[in-house]
Design a protein around this ligand. Structure first.
Ligand SMILES: [Zn+2]
Length: 202
């Protein structure tokens, strides 16, 4: 059995024995599992003190080549909801998560972004580094907020208020960066990057 299939089998087994809603016992905060730090940032701003966040791909790890382990699928199976980037950012791990989405609450944060707003790097494959474009990332914030509201409707008002406030913050930061960049003559604009991930914002 291939490793991916083995992880999927573990996930399916856990789903069978886990509580259906993933809601915590004993009044602890519901677990929200995310793949990357940028998604954790959204959940922190919208979920606030109401949720516990577990980031699977920690800072310093490469999401493109991340190898999932059994603890990751255990976390996903016991979570109230899981958010991943999608657009193949998480490589093979993304496929495992995608396949779980038919039975447990799992959402790709890039789901709301129309493909004509993305950069097609080759036929049917899009640049997944969407958080580098604040306008598009707002749609990811919408997707996370909707996912939290769908899985925890009792706290919908709280999540919606935080969603609005966070989007305002993103717009303010975007405007401030734009006005600073405007002071740099176009011929002097040089970006140094360790990773070819900046096509979204150029
Ligand atoms: Zn990358």
């Amino acid at each position: 059995m291939k490793f991916c299939n083995k992880l999927l089998a573990v996930l399916l087994l856990l789903m069978l024995v886990a509580c259906s809603s993933g809601k915590p016992h004993g009044g602890s905060r519901p677990l929200v599992v995310v793949t990357t730090g940028v998604i954790a940032d959204i959940v922190e701003h919208i979920g606030g003190d109401f949720v516990e966040i577990k980031t699977l791909i920690v800072a310093g790890s490469d999401p493109h080549s991340y190898k999932a382990n059994e603890n990751d699928v255990i976390d996903i199976a016991r979570a109230m909801v899981t958010f991943y980037n999608g657009l193949q950012l998480e490589g093979a791990f993304g496929h495992i998560i995608e396949r779980a989405s038919s039975t447990i609450p799992v959402y790709a944060v890039c789901e709301y972004i129309p493909s004509n707003k993305l950069i097609e790097v080759k036929k049917g494959v899009y640049d997944p580094h969407v958080w580098l474009d604040p306008q598009l990332w707002i749609l990811a914030v919408n997707r996370v907020a909707d996912g939290l509201v769908e899985t925890d409707p009792a706290n919908a008002v709280y999540y919606r208020r935080n969603e609005d406030a966070y989007i305002e913050q993103i717009i303010a930061v975007n405007d401030s960066i734009k006005s600073r960049l405007d002071t740099v003559p176009p011929e002097k604009r040089v970006i140094v990057s360790a990773h070819n991930a900046f096509s979204m914002s150029m």
